[in-house]
Design a protein. Structure first.
Length: 243
């Protein structure tokens, strides 16, 4: 599953990359701060590109919440939802059947720009985080869904069965996020996509030859360490841990 990400590009770089504009202009300085480790379980505020505004970079909380909730109920909902993943990820196989996902599948898909993400690899009973990013350090576009709760947008990252590469990395759960190929990003946001079209885009495999994958510090998983530092994306090698 994808519970940890990084986003280190400036707003201007994202605007240029996606031909989009930040909707909350007074917060530009905040979103310009590089974020080397974004822990989903803190339900952080991130930027997404929503289907309803494909030329917008919109703030959203990571952790999808039913649209019938109220903003003041978000905190309690997140506490309760921890037992089923906090709404951070959505299994794409359940996209058209799950009570929450099916309401967003056709009208509220989104792109989540990240510069990388982290997945756990298990070796001899211990977890070792892998960092996955593009070799050229460009942005990765993760596919997601969102809801609108009052004046708050909440989102989740879609996942699917792991490719052979990700099965080696995420060797316990055998899952991976849905990474959109650049040529099909705008297709993902089209209003006229039917179920078959949505499924085809989910099943398209990203060119993994363009990915860099390596282990990083196990501090990433420690609640006692501030791991949102530039060094957290530095490679750390462990004896016996390889893919």
């Amino acid at each position: 599953m994808c519970f940890h990400t990084a986003q280190t590009k400036s707003v201007a770089a994202l605007e240029k990359r996606y031909d989009a504009e930040l909707t909350k202009s007074d917060a530009r300085d905040v979103y310009d701060i590089p974020r080397y480790h974004i822990n989903g379980f803190s339900h952080p505020d991130m930027l997404i590109i929503p289907q309803e505004g494909p030329a917008a970079l919109a703030p959203a909380l990571w952790g999808i919440v039913p649209g019938n909730k109220k903003p003041e109920q978000l905190s309690d909902y997140y506490k309760e939802s921890v037992k089923f993943g906090g709404g951070l990820n959505a299994q794409s196989e359940k996209l058209f059947d799950h009570f929450l996902y099916k309401n967003s599948a056709f009208t509220r898909r989104c792109i989540i720009p990240v510069t990388g993400f982290f997945e756990p690899h298990e070796y001899k009973g211990k977890k070792y985080p892998f960092h996955i990013k593009q070799k050229n350090d460009e942005v990765l576009s993760l596919a997601g869904l969102y809801t609108i709760v009052g004046n708050v947008v909440t989102f989740t990252i879609l996942t699917k069965a792991a490719s052979p590469l990700f099965a080696k990395i995420h060797n316990k759960k055998n899952r991976q996020p849905v990474i959109l190929q650049k040529d099909f990003e705008q297709d993902w946001l089209k209003d006229d996509l039917n179920q078959n079209g949505i499924t085809e885009l989910i099943n398209l495999n990203f060119n993994e030859e363009n990915l860099s994958t390596y282990t990083v510090s196990r501090d990433l998983f420690s609640p006692r360490v501030n791991s949102d530092t530039e060094s957290i994306i530095d490679e750390v090698k462990y004896e016996g841990v390889a893919i």
